[in-house]
Design a protein around this ligand. Structure first.
Ligand SMILES: Cc1cc2nc3c(=O)[nH]c(=O)nc-3n(C[C@H](O)[C@H](O)[C@H](O)COP(=O)(O)OP(=O)(O)OC[C@H]3O[C@@H](n4cnc5c(N)ncnc54)[C@H](O)[C@@H]3O)c2cc1C
Length: 478
């Protein structure tokens, strides 16, 4: 960065000014910085909710950049072509970005880097999406961890570098290149009427993410420890929504959490462990990218997963007749997120009671979640299904009825989201479901709730366990 030709900073899932190693490096060079966001084919295919929510994040981030005298230049098309076009237009000699560890992103970025370098340009990627990059930790015996507990111990023993101060200004180029009009991208098109409903629950942008973190840290750790599994309480941080667009860095959260309290509170360690599950998911996806597409354990290829089916469609619609499952599926439709325990319950119900392929559930989450994170989602589904690393043992089939009694003791969560169970006076969120869901489903708040569940719970459990035993027996015999 020796001359004063501008540098391009290509933003992807790092829409923030704080704790941003790549942007800080560009700022330190003194060169004019042109922030760029590209709607490339890898981003075009995002699920409806994630794509809609990303537009909100871009809008907010553009405002933040403008407030410090900068801009966000938008282009649509393959990233390599768009960057080369911008280099031609602006005379930039360098492109920087933050590393992202999804297989298709790695392939794209390698290609971009090679092309730019061949053209005599500088191309540099930086850390920031995770606290520790996915390749840093490894056990003595192999290049990656397959089990969470030793990963966590290794993580805890690692010194974390402190967060970097936020960017307060960015040198601007003499002339800004042309930018697309964000509204013309119509990133929310697939959300249809659901957008207005979900918008009431979204918490968008860097400032909101910091406020959310502050609000969470104001509460005692015991509230998290005692309440994190309760479906009826909002005891968790809800920061997954902001982390997924990089509106706050995971390192900022880690550091803030480490700074407060005596360090001995159980809830605090519990929270840090959750944050490190996110790190573990990127560690896994980096080392075993097939976790996104097929059974992480190949022996599971012999399991008789059912393909998409009518019962899975009723699961998607929140009409299984199991109140806790239906409440969770509707929570996702109304708020764009779902409680962690609820994610485990609906995943277990789909993959075990309904014996349906986990990929069908994973894809539906990708379509509906505003906190969709490809690594956490794939790991979560395979963990529950039993086919993943360090997975829950297959015999651990969650019983929705007993889980509901334990984690939603007054049925508040169920009645909050299932209007048909709320008597004469369903609440706002229960009714909002009927505004959010597709018209083609033809659902009305006045409809009858399914008079019988899709499958009797003991029978469903038995069927799944038998199929599993059969798979194990066949494997031992071959
Ligand atoms: C089937 C299934 C699918 C999932 N899909 C996603 C997804 O698409 N996006 C997503 O962010 N999380 C996913 N998770 C993980 C988890 O449910 C959410 O991260 C959590 O509910 C987010 O709420 P929170 O921010 O209030 O969590 P908190 O309890 O406050 O935890 C703090 C942070 O730790 C991380 N975290 C917590 N639990 C997990 C976990 N089990 N795995 C990975 N990271 C975790 C998240 O980044 C979270 O924001 C999935 C879990 C399952 C079982």
């Amino acid at each position: 960065m020796s001359d004063h030709s501008p540098v391009l900073f290509w933003f992807r899932r790092d829409l923030r000014l704080s704790d941003h190693p790549g942007l800080s490096a560009c700022r330190a060079s003194g060169a004019p910085v042109i922030p760029v966001f590209i709607l490339d084919p890898e981003t075009e295919v995002l699920g409806a909710a994630a794509k809609w929510r990303l537009e909100l994040s871009i809008t907010d981030f553009r405002d933040r950049l403008q407030a410090i005298g900068s801009e966000l230049i938008l282009r649509r098309g393959p990233a390599k072509e768009m960057l080369l076009e911008l280099i031609e237009e602006t005379g930039a000699r360098e492109v920087h970005w933050s590393r992202y560890y999804m297989p298709e992103a790695i392939a794209r970025d390698k290609d971009v880097k090679a092309t730019l370098k061949n053209a005599g340009l500088r191309a540099e990627s930086h850390p920031g999406h995770t606290i520790i990059e996915p390749w840093i930790l490894s056990p003595a015996s192999s290049d990656h961890f397959r089990v969470y507990s030793p990963y966590w111990r290794a993580f805890k023993a690692t010194e974390i570098t402190p967060v970097i101060p936020g960017i307060k200004d960015l040198p601007a180029p003499e002339i800004w290149p042309r930018s697309d009009d964000l509204t013309e991208w119509r990133m929310g098109a697939a959300m249809n009427r659901g957008a207005d409903v979900v918008a009431r629950h979204a918490c968008v942008g860097e400032k909101a993410a910091f406020e959310r973190l502050d609000g969470f840290l104001d509460k005692p750790w015991s509230a998290y420890q005692d309440g994190r599994d309760r479906l009826d309480l909002g005891a968790t941080s809800h920061l997954s929504e902001n982390l997924t667009y990089g509106e706050i860095s995971p390192r900022t959260i880690w550091q803030r959490v480490c700074e407060i309290g005596s360090g001995k509170e159980k809830g605090r360690e519990m929270f840090l462990k959750e944050l490190v599950w996110r790190e573990f998911s990127y560690h896994l996806i980096y080392h075993t990218p097939h976790i996104m597409e097929r059974n992480w354990r190949p022996e599971w290829d012999a399991f008789p997963w059912r393909a998409d089916n009518e019962q899975a469609e009723l699961w998607r619609k929140g009409l299984t007749g199991e109140p806790i499952i239906d409440a969770a599926m509707r929570q996702m439709y109304v708020t764009g997120t779902m409680h962690n325990r609820a994610r485990m319950l609906v995943a277990s119900y789909l993959t075990k009671h309904l014996m349906t392929d986990w990929k069908i559930g994973m894809d539906w989450f990708a379509e509906c979640l505003i906190d969709w994170d490809p690594a956490a989602n794939a790991m979560g589904w395979q963990w529950v299904a039993g086919s993943g690393p360090d997975a829950a043992p297959f015999f651990r089939v969650f019983n929705p009825a007993t889980q509901a009694e334990k984690f939603d003791p007054e049925a508040d969560y169920r009645t909050r989201y299932v209007a048909e169970l709320a008597g004469n006076n369903p609440g706002e969120e229960a009714l909002a479901y009927f505004d959010a869901c597709p018209r083609s489903w033809g659902l009305e708040p006045t409809q009858n709730y399914p008079h019988a569940p899709l499958i009797e719970l003991t029978q469903g459990r038995k069927r799944a366990l038998e199929a599993h035993q059969h798979m194990v027996k066949n494997k031992t015999e071959t």
